[in-house]
Design a binder for this molecule. Structure first.
Ligand code: PLP
Length: 370
């Protein structure tokens, strides 16, 4: 039996009736745009995350674009961010006319190294944009201290971290703005594209609501250039079902991650991610990503693929090395090295122990040759 990287089907099957009823209800009332489920989901998400406002938009990318603009970032501003993320992170900054400034990451967390932030601050720096990569919160204590000292905004990219906490605080509730994605493979994934912006600030929230609806609060009285970016009612209905089971799903992911780490920590050439953290950090393992230290990552991946085990490489090229930014000639050694070493293993909440054992056995078999 092939082992996928992620399997949405067990969750859908387990809650088949609930999803069906939720979608049927939307068909019955017919309010497909900003229907009652959107507001209901926004309220429940805000309560879950411990924020004043949650605003549904049509993707995580738009959550970043609109969130950045609403936080006051604009043309000419610099935003300090991580090179080791999906392109949407830097793309959103560039698309609003601002400039991403990449600083290197910590190898143990794959997240922004806070010590690298201050040296990169200039008079044009407006914000810091950390990513909670693979569901592991970035070093928010240090990041918030730096932001406060230099009067910078913090926009959290929470595309992979719904439910992850740091000192008991939800990601997306720590900085000025949080941006979430509901892309189907995310740990809170919809049945299509979707996103959410979080903030405690009334004015920022108002601006987000305006920007997602063509710059208007009153239909046909558009006040500024905005976007067509609303969370679909059908997606909100699906997400309301999924949110109910999110804590259980996240804790199943944590158990699977813990089992992987126990099975792989003594395998020579493999570095599993930290699954127990000294500080009160609670990751949600959107991905379980190991490092293959002996230069054999691609060979291992090939071997696993021959055994029909899917894996992911997030990310093979750091953002600063992609064509849009490569002429800037960044030399960020840690992220370059991680791009060569990382390998994400199959994980989804209902993943059977037997399948996990097959993955581990295949890795051990291959690594024993070296
Ligand atoms: C870290 C990160 N930021 C932003 C995004 C963009 O989210 P979306 O695909 O919903 O636009 C993603 C999702 O792929 C992501 O992983």
């Amino acid at each position: 039996m092939p082992i996928p990287l992620f399997d949405p089907k067990p969750d859908i099957q387990a809650h088949w009736e609930e999803y069906n009823n939720a979608i049927k209800n939307v068909m019955k009332h017919g309010q497909f745009i900003l229907g009652p489920e959107v507001e209901e989901f926004e309220q429940q998400a805000a309560e879950y995350l411990g924020v004043e406002h949650a605003i549904g938009v049509n993707s995580g990318t738009d959550a970043l674009v609109i969130g950045l603009r609403a936080a006051g970032v604009g043309p000419g501003d610099e935003v300090i961010t991580t090179p080791f993320s999906f392109f949407a992170t830097a793309e959103s900054i560039s698309n609003i006319g601002a400039r991403p400034v990449f600083v290197d990451i910590e190898p143990s967390t794959f997240n922004l190294q806070p010590a690298n932030i201050e040296p990169a601050i200039t008079e044009n720096t407006k914000a810091i944009l950390p990513v909670h990569l693979f569901g592991l919160p970035a070093g928010m204590d240090e990041i918030m201290q730096i932001a406060e000292k230099h009067n910078l905004k913090v926009i959290e990219d929470c595309a992979q971290s719904f439910g992850a906490t740091c000192n008991g605080q939800q990601t997306g509730s720590i900085g000025d703005v949080g941006a979430f994605s509901f892309f189907p493979t995310k740990n809170l994934g919809g049945f299509g594209d979707g996103g959410l912006i979080t903030t405690d600030d009334d004015e920022t929230a108002g601006l987000c609501r305006k920007l997602r609806a063509h710059g208007s609060t009153k239909k046909y009285h558009n006040e500024m250039l905005g976007y067509n970016s609303r969370l679909d009612t059908i997606q909100a209905a699906v997400l309301l079902v999924k949110l109910k089971y999110l804590d259980k799903a996240n804790s199943l992911r944590q158990s699977i991650a813990q089992r992987y780490t126990e099975a792989l920590e003594d395998v020579s050439g493999i570095k599993p991610p930290a699954t127990r953290h000294p500080s009160p950090v609670n990751p949600v393992f959107h991905q379980y990503t190991i490092r293959v230290l002996n230069g054999k990552r691609d060979q291992l991946r090939q071997k696993l693929s021959e055994k029909k085990i899917s894996t992911g490489v997030y990310y093979p090229v750091p953002q600063d090395q992609l064509p849009v930014y490569s002429k800037l000639n960044y030399e960020l050694e840690v992220s370059k090295k991680m791009a060569q070493q990382v390998l994400s293993l199959p994980i989804w909440p209902e993943m059977e122990t037997g399948k996990q054992e097959d993955v581990v056995t295949a890795i051990k078999e291959f690594m024993a040759k070296f």
